[in-house]
Design a protein around this ligand. Structure first.
Ligand code: 13P
Ligand code: SF4
Length: 365
């Protein structure tokens, strides 16, 4: 039987140990009607309740394969949208706090991307010349745009393969919204830096001349991650001076110089796997979000591995952090009473086109 939804305010002052017990109790009540998916940047108080954890690609696959009635997503808005797009219509995807967005995803929107296409179409046959590639950190309507225009989605773990797919179809790539992932991917493919130019969506023709676009292989949207932009090459130099035998690993959302000076570059899952499998006693400088690095550092202590955060400034993803035990308890206790709060629902038209671009990605990777 359904009752009126429980209001969130009741949870704000609850004690942490009480919340933890209530999460466990609500999960037991829901049984296999529920699956909880958690991204690696989540705080420990909720991450430990995830049935499956992963990077964006791995979590997309779990969402596509899950048969649970409810998918509670511990992550940010675009991830929950992907889960809704890839799951079946009778499944329900829930994001415990609707304010958990991604500031990078917000740096591109459909009207700006449509304007970019219109401006480019004044000089070129856009659909014949450009493959649009959107990083998974983007809203569903941008994935739909890619679906509609012969494009594709990529994540930090498959961007190389996706770029090869894109160039096999057309001469140029329009990559949004993360210029850093786009540049690093192009660089790894051997594309000269000067053939990757930044498209500023707030300037006419992206602030570029026709000649610059003619020469370019990739147009990189002027977007970035506010967390990963904090890491600096100086942090790497300092670490190498202190630990000459230490290794540096970074996420490809870091700027180009940080990626270039790192020994390894890859997704959150790749970072976890690489450090976990490294020899006991090894030393690591890690350039990605703080929650992941702190958890990894704790886990590696028994093997005497040193895991250090790349910045001296605390840079946590503040939107990922919005998913806390209060919101998770509120969501689950409502579900246990058959009340769905914070449902993420992508409209059928958008979902259909976005799924086209996501399915292309899943097939390629
Ligand atoms: P991953 O897909 O590597 O987990 O990255 C997601 C993200 O938002 C990194 O900032
Ligand atoms: Fe978005 Fe950056 Fe947070 Fe990842 S770390 S979710 S890219 S703001």
């Amino acid at each position: 039987m359904q009752t009126a939804p429980i209001q969130f305010e009741k949870y704000q002052a609850a004690r942490e140990d009480d919340l933890q017990q209530r999460i466990v109790a609500a999960r037991q009540k829901l049984g296999d009607r529920l699956v909880i998916l958690g991204h690696h940047y989540q705080q420990e108080g909720v991450y430990k309740h995830a049935d499956y954890t992963g990077d964006s690609l791995k979590l997309s696959r779990y969402a596509a394969e899950s048969i649970a009635e409810y998918i509670v997503f511990l992550g940010v808005h675009f991830m929950a949208e992907v889960a809704d797009t890839l799951s079946r219509p009778e499944q329900t995807v829930i994001l415990p706090d609707m304010a958990a967005g991604c500031s990078m995803a917000d740096m591109a929107n459909l009207s700006k991307v449509e304007r970019c296409r219109r401006e480019l179409s004044e000089h070129y046959d856009f659909d014949a010349l450009f493959t649009p590639v959107t990083y998974i950190n983007s809203a569903a309507d941008l994935k739909a745009f890619c679906g509609e225009h012969g494009g594709i989605v990529c994540t930090s773990s498959n961007a190389g393969k996706i770029a090869e797919w894109a160039f096999a179809r057309r001469e140029k790539v329009l990559f949004f919204p993360d210029q850093h992932l786009g540049r690093w991917t192009g660089y790894k493919m051997g594309i000269p830096i000067d053939q990757m130019v930044v498209w500023d969506p707030d300037l006419p023709l992206g602030g570029l001349s026709k000649e610059e676009i003619d020469r370019a292989k990739i147009l990189l949207w002027k977007g970035h991650c506010s967390v990963h932009q904090m890491f600096r090459p100086q942090d790497i130099i300092k670490f190498r001076n202190e630990y000459p035998d230490g290794k540096v690993i970074a996420h490809p959302e870091c700027n180009f110089e940080v990626c270039r000076q790192s020994d390894y570059v890859g997704s959150t899952e790749y970072i976890l796997r690489t450090v976990t499998e490294a020899p006991a006693g090894s030393k690591w400088l890690v350039g990605t979000e703080l929650n992941l690095v702190n958890r990894l550092a704790e886990r590696m202590k028994p093997e005497n591995k040193l895991v250090r955060f790349m910045s001296s400034i605390v840079c946590e993803c503040s939107t990922m952090a919005r998913i806390d035990p209060q919101h998770l308890t509120w969501t689950l206790e409502n579900l246990a009473e058959n009340n769905v709060v914070n449902r993420i629902h992508v409209s059928p038209r958008e979902a259909g086109l976005a799924k086209l671009a996501l399915d292309r990605m899943l097939e390629v990777s």
